[in-house]
Design a binder for this molecule. Structure first.
Ligand code: 5GP
Length: 177
């Protein structure tokens, strides 16, 4: 399927299941290497990262704890620029190696905010994994330790990412036409 319509919008295939699988495996191997001898706590950012997180975690071969958090800053296809609170972040991250897993970094505002909130809990280290990054949309520089794909500033859906609630279940990633 190379074309897709969700509600009023048309999308075209951008990243195939194969490409995603290959990249996720690669990231998993890198993370396993980097965290050898450590037992990190992984913070998966809901909702968008659920599919990436699930596939990525199966490729990571160090003992880890998995926790879910939630932030929201988007409605429809335009960033509202507003960052809401972080739900589900506990003090358990104190002194731990924290790995944040996100679906996409766009302006970077959500991630910057989240990183600050985690830093305030005094973890031993923080690293960020994001399947997708839109480098041209970044409002402030932010270090993403594990990047799946750098993509253009265009709206994408699938593999966890939604358009108005739909498309999260797609096994590929589609780009707005
Ligand atoms: P940021 O704070 O970096 O601008 O936005 C990050 C959040 O915006 C992501 O976690 C995601 O929920 C949403 N977002 C940004 N770009 C896209 C996109 O192209 N498609 C979808 N579905 N969500 C996006």
């Amino acid at each position: 399927m190379h074309m897709l319509k969700i509600k009023d919008k048309e999308f075209t295939l951008y990243l195939s299941q194969k490409e995603l699988e290959r990249k996720v495996k690669e990231l998993g191997e890198q993370i396993s290497k980097d965290y050898q001898g450590k037992s990190p706590i992984v913070l998966g950012v809901l909702n968008g990262a659920f599919m990436f997180l699930s596939d990525l975690m199966k490729e990571v071969e160090v003992p880890l704890e998995l926790s879910f958090i939630k932030i929201a800053s988007y409605s429809g296809t335009n960033s509202t620029g507003k960052v809401k609170e972080v739900i589900g972040l506990s003090e358990d991250v104190k002194g731990r190696h924290v790995l944040i897993v996100e679906d996409i970094v766009d302006t970077g505002l959500s991630m910057t905010h989240l990183k600050e909130m985690v830093e305030a809990q005094k973890p031993a280290s923080i690293a960020i994994a994001s399947l997708l990054v839109k480098p041209e949309a970044l409002k402030e520089p932010i270090d993403i330790d594990y990047v799946g794909f750098d993509i253009p500033t265009k709206f994408v859906v699938g593999y966890g990412l939604d358009y108005d609630g739909f498309g999260r279940n797609l096994k590929e990633i589609y780009q707005l036409k």
